[in-house]
Design a protein around this ligand. Structure first.
Ligand code: SF4
Ligand code: SF4
Length: 225
């Protein structure tokens, strides 16, 4: 490198540094040029489709477990038991937002749309336990015990009702048998056998299309012979 080139490099370095410092000085003194937000005093409003912390409106959650199955990092856990009305009852529903990567797959999969992203994003903590969001605030064991009791009560009621219905049926059946006996009970719709045979003109039996009396059959056979 010659002396000429050496001096040209020094001049270029001085000029480019001066250009850079001019831009820096402009941002430093002109408030309109500021691009740094003074967080946390100033907070930027997230955009409409921002995927922040998840929220589950558990009143609409059907415990279908679609969100649990679709989550690629297993950060949703739920427990549910079947209630007396055959519907599932949530005992617990937790989301570990420390593990969540905010992909939104669970929200897409939720059939009732009760799982949504909020605009929340501030949850700095030194305790990982605080990063687990609990959406059911009652003790799961208490919920399960309460539901089990309701189920047992409903089953006892159903058994009682079935027993009462059976007893009523048993009390009803002798009357039915009596009324169906031919020509016996008052109001019977089935006439006595001789009366029926006479009515259809078949002395051989109650069924006109059935076998004929032996004498009549013999007569008919001799005629044919
Ligand atoms: S946003 Fe993604 S990672 Fe987070 S809970 Fe839903 S499916 Fe899992
Ligand atoms: S997918 Fe929706 S309805 Fe099903 S368990 Fe998850 S939050 Fe509840």
């Amino acid at each position: 490198m010659g002396l000429k080139q050496y001096i040209a490099d020094i001049v270029e370095a001085v000029v480019t540094t001066a250009k850079g410092m001019r831009i820096t000085a402009r941002y430093g003194v002109d408030a309109k040029e500021e691009i740094t937000q003074q967080y946390p005093e100033v907070r930027r409003e997230p955009s409409e489709r921002f995927r922040g912390f998840l929220h589950n409106d558990i009143a609409r959650c059907t415990s279908c477990t679609m969100c649990v199955k679709v989550c690629p990092v297993d950060c949703i856990s739920l427990e549910a038991v079947r209630g007396a009305d055959k519907k599932m009852v949530l005992a617990s529903y937790d989301i570990n937002i420390g593990r969540c990567m905010y992909c939104g797959l669970c929200v897409e999969a939720c059939p009732t749309k009760c799982l949504t992203h909020t605009s929340g994003y501030e949850k700095a903590s030194v305790d990982r336990g605080e990063l687990i969001l609990h959406f059911v605030h009652e003790d799961p064991a208490e919920i399960k015990a309460r539901v089990a009791k309701q189920v047992a009560e409903a089953a006892a009621k159903a058994a009682e009702a079935a027993k009462a219905a059976e007893a009523a049926k048993a009390a009803e059946s002798p009357k039915m048998t009596e009324s169906l006996r031919p020509g016996k009970a008052e109001g019977s719709i089935v006439p006595a056998a001789p009366a029926f045979a006479a009515a259809v003109g078949n002395p051989g039996g109650g069924n006109p299309g059935g076998p004929k009396a032996p004498d009549a059959a013999k007569e008919e056979w001799e005629k044919k012979g």
